[in-house]
Design a protein around this ligand. Structure first.
Ligand SMILES: [Zn+2]
Length: 335
């Protein structure tokens, strides 16, 4: 099948340079995958040159899969920005912050200074937008969550974090704070329309009401959630409450391919299956999740001169979206 995508696709959550770790840690739960494999491998290999070279490869792969904009959360984001500018792809770059030393920052203070430097350096860039990204509530202290939100507010930029990605994270948060991850973020004042949450697999009905009330968006990464055995997002309830949900591939270490169409296909099929409802989540809705919902979440006004309204019109004029279901995940020459 040959399908030229005229609709610009947005990959709303990835870690581009992790293409290097593709296939190196498979069939593991999230905690073990991160703590025993990914973080030690990153400590060993990741430096600025590594990030630049691997990001170039990842961006070329994404461009081959019709992705026009990406959100990258990793380390040495100055090099990520440089690679993305050279490739002329709209990139939201986020230097990841953890409570332990990262390959690029020994302390949270160093991280804040680095992020601030990037915010200044790229404030007039056509392709690069710098955002603020603490890694997660389990790997970042409460003080840093609050300080980094203030930084995002000062620069009127997006605040991004992994949240409620697994049952384990959910249970730990309840045990430690006596509240769900979403409620914990809400009570700290961290949720608003400039907050983008990656995953949100494990949500209560009250969490969904909070997300609807605050206008926070979700970057749903179905392949990564399935492969790490993290669970399935309650998408039907989220859509019923008008929560903005877009799609991400996550890094190639957890989802193996940087193809947002594949994430979309799996998202549609899994949701139809678990809801016992073939009419739920049409292919058209999934294409909207892959494009305009990502633009809304990232506050991205234009891609290649096309606004959200222009792209919505293009989607409305498409005759059918069967290509989503016909996508052959083995066909690397799909383009
Ligand atoms: Zn991630």
């Amino acid at each position: 099948m040959k399908k030229q995508f005229s609709i610009p696709l947005v990959n709303a959550h990835t870690h581009a340079a992790m293409v290097y770790f593709r296939g190196l840690a498979e069939d593991l739960p999230l905690k073990q995958w991160l703590e025993q494999y990914i973080w030690p491998m990153e400590a060993k290999h990741v430096n600025s040159q590594f990030v630049y070279e691997q990001t170039k490869l990842a961006v070329q792969e994404m461009k081959n899969n019709w992705i026009k904009s990406l959100l990258d959360m990793y380390f040495f984001e100055d090099e990520v920005a440089q690679a993305c500018e050279e490739e002329k792809i709209y990139a939201f770059v986020w230097e990841s912050l953890l409570d332990f030393p990262t390959p690029n920052a020994k302390t949270p203070i160093e991280w804040i200074a680095y992020t601030q430097k990037l915010l200044e350096k790229y404030k007039n860039s056509e392709y690069i937008k710098v955002c603020v990204a603490p890694h997660s509530i389990y790997a970042t202290s409460q003080n840093i969550l609050l300080e980094s939100k203030q930084l995002a507010k000062d620069y009127n930029t997006i605040y991004h974090i992994h949240l409620s990605e697994s049952q384990n994270e959910f249970d730990e948060c309840i045990a430690k704070h006596n509240k769900t991850p979403v409620k914990y973020m809400y009570d700290l004042g961290l949720l608003d329309s400039k907050t983008l949450l990656a995953h949100c697999v494990r949500l209560t009905d009250q969490d969904i009401d909070i997300l609807a009330e605050t206008g926070a968006s979700i970057a749903h990464c179905p392949l990564s959630n399935l492969k790490l055995g993290s669970g399935i997002i309650p998408l039907k309830k989220l859509i019923e409450k008008w929560v903005n949900v877009c799609l991400g591939t996550d890094g190639a270490a957890s989802s193996n391919r940087l193809d947002i169409r594949e994430a979309g296909k799996f998202c549609a099929l899994v949701q139809k299956g678990i809801n016992l409802d073939s009419s739920f989540l049409t292919a058209k809705q999934v294409v909207e999740m892959m494009s305009i919902n990502g633009m809304k979440a990232l506050d991205l006004k234009y891609i290649d001169g096309k606004s959200i309204t222009d792209i919505q019109k293009m989607i409305d004029e498409e005759q059918n979206f069967n290509y989503l279901y016909e996508l052959n995940v083995w066909d690397l020459d799909f383009n």
